[in-house]
Write a protein that binds this ligand. Structure first.
Ligand code: G6P
Length: 367
């Protein structure tokens, strides 16, 4: 087993470090200069133009990737998107017809609720696209189209490289739909593609900050509650960061839309509640910073995450993690990496079973 971990103490850490390669492999041969090529996709441009609606359906971490996918597809391809937890989708009579695309996201391709949702969507006449990491999995066999993430086997229960490659899958799908529908110029598509090609190297740069993150992770050892806040895509990543911490360190963590805090949750913020504040989405940056000031005024210890160059955040928080600059839609891929590392080091410091947290399974094949 030690050999399988490739010199790392845990599979989770190994998989966190495999992200630059996983991200590179997932985009390989899918990017032209100003064009996304999804060879496995059989849907014609005419059929894409005919879509009225998209549902994204998944569980757990994959659902969090779907939340980011919604913003990207709506912003780029101008199609309304709903995101559903698979176990909810099936029982709420979703409004689906042949002009609906249902995207199921599943690392394993075997999650019972996701598979059942896929079957329900097919029965209702939707075009079903699977985003999955396992070739030949049930989901990949039953969907009409498949976009594989090429993350390689993920062993740790807490998902890391599967999530970042699912985010990349959402970027590819969003651009592909936009290009087919003509809602984005080739120049604009080219700009995102150029930025995407930089992401693996930038992910490596973020990983180089691991020692810093390991150091302040020690201050979380006795924490009982913590909040992750952000707006827009930052909020979606906050949800994934909170899930990681809960899963492997058993600390109660909650993600909140930063602007919603003052409608109740702010009452829970004390100097005992560290807050992780994400501020990469520049259209809402100032708003997020003012929310950060609200929690800081309640004496919370705040760790900020933002792009290099956003120097003013440092004035409102106790510690800042800087990310290399990219286009805002790609930021989630980089933002989650320090959150994964934070959870990992907190879990280790608390003596938890990092790779096999209590009560959880890698793949849930019961409903
Ligand atoms: C389990 C795993 C999670 C995963 C979820 C969905 O709960 O512990 O890490 O996100 O299932 O799994 P899937 O294989 O469908 O992505």
């Amino acid at each position: 087993v030690a050999a399988e971990k490739g010199g790392y103490d845990h599979f989770m850490l190994k998989e966190i470090y495999e992200q630059p390669k996983a991200l590179r492999d997932t985009m390989a041969s899918r990017l032209g200069e100003q064009e996304v090529i999804l060879q496995e996709f059989k849907l014609s441009a005419e059929e894409v133009k005919d879509l009225h609606k998209v549902f994204i359906v998944a569980c757990g971490t994959a659902w969090h990737a779907g939340l980011v996918g919604k913003t990207l597809i709506e912003r780029w391809a101008r199609i309304p998107v709903e995101v559903d937890i698979a176990s909810e989708f099936r029982y709420r009579s979703p409004l689906i017809d042949k002009h609906t695309m249902v995207v199921v996201i599943s690392q394993s391709g075997e999650t019972a609720d996701t598979l059942a949702a896929l079957r329900e969507a097919k029965k209702l006449g939707a075009r079903v696209v699977a985003v999955t990491n396992v070739v030949g999995s049930s989901v990949s066999r039953e969907a009409h189209d498949v976009i594989y993430t090429w993350a390689g086997p993920e062993i740790a229960v807490a998902s890391t490289k599967a999530y970042t490659t699912q985010l990349e899958g959402m970027v590819l799908l969003g651009l592909y739909l936009a290009q087919a529908r003509g809602t984005m110029s080739p120049e604009k598509i080219g700009q995102v593609i150029t930025a995407l090609k930089e992401i693996p190297t930038q992910a490596q740069e973020v990983l180089e900050q691991a020692k810093d993150i390991e150091d302040f992770a020690q201050s979380f050892v006795d924490v009982e509650d913590t909040f992750f806040i952000g707006r827009s895509l930052d909020w979606n990543v906050a949800m994934e960061g909170a899930l990681k911490l809960k899963e492997i360190s058993y600390i109660h963590a909650e993600a909140y839309a930063a602007g919603e805090l003052k409608h109740g949750t702010l009452a829970l913020i004390t100097e005992q509640t560290p807050v992780i504040a994400i501020a990469t989405q520049m259209d809402v940056y100032d708003k997020t910073v003012s929310n950060v000031k609200e929690v800081k005024a309640r004496d919370a210890k705040v760790i900020g995450i933002t792009f290099q160059g956003n120097k003013d955040l440092a004035k409102s928080v106790d510690h800042v993690i800087y990310l290399p600059k990219t286009v805002v839609e790609l930021a989630p891929i980089l933002t989650v990496i320090p959150l994964q590392l934070l959870s990992y080091y907190v879990s280790v410091a608390r003596g938890c079973d990092v790779d096999k947290p209590r009560n959880l399974a890698k793949s849930v094949t019961v409903e």
